[in-house]
Design a protein around this ligand. Sequence first.
Ligand code: PDD
Length: 282
Amino acid sequence: FLININGNLMKGPEAQISVFDRGFLYGDSVYEATRTFDKKPFRLERHIDRLFLSAEKISLIPTYSKEVITSEVLKTVEASPYQNVTIRIVLTRGTNSDLGLDTELSGPNNLVIFTKEIKPNPAWWVTDGVSMIFYQKQIEASGSLPKTGNYQENILANREAHERAAYDAFLINTHGFVTEGTTSNAWIIKDGTLYTPPLADGVLDGLTRKTLIEMSKDGRLPLPLIEKSLTKKDFIDADECFITSTTRNIVPVTKIENHAVKNGRPGLQTLELLKLYLDFVK
Ligand code: PDD
């Protein structure tokens, strides 16, 4: 890891912040995860825009400007010995003067930027696909979700998936609809149409999801794309299924709750979308 804490670059093991940091104390932080393609941060402006939108949603007043955060990311990526790194940008409300929740106790934000050499996606993701479980959310959430340091439900869902030898979990909202993966957006293909849950169902406004929607609007996709609330049955009965995130691109899902999706092989249209997506973004 090469890490930047409030402008100071350091190696992973040396990186420390105060125990009075609110991200540590209460998960009082927002974050973004992206990557570089050959030293070039991928859609950095959009990620920082979304970081500020998440901050606004939790009334976290940024004490760093978008320009400063951008230049600190570029400085860290430049100093990294690797061409391709994952980038995680964490902005916390700051270091408290006491243990109280009151936001007035907090000093200026803490900005922590992690860079780590990116590993290629495992080959089996596109040859075999991954398996998913369903996980019932307890927390009512609607609209496009902020990306905060509160991933407790996602952590428990991911843990249950691993306990059941699955790759990850699809989170089910309190209305019974499938929303997204714990760190990815969710998609199915049925009868030649591509479907993904609407943000209103309580979904992160994923940049990969947004890119596929933009590509569809530009007529770059070979099939229509519809945002629609989707049930577990819609996913089980799908012709194809996949998940998307900046760090993983498009990953075929071939098993859900021990049901094979169609013939249990990565969908051909999914693999075609992956090719189109990579050609478009690179
Ligand atoms: N997560 N939904 C959730 C809950 C996420 O955490 C993410 C990204 C996505 C996909 O968003 P995007 O296409 O902008 O990466 C959807 C990143 C990968 C992470 O937490 O590591």
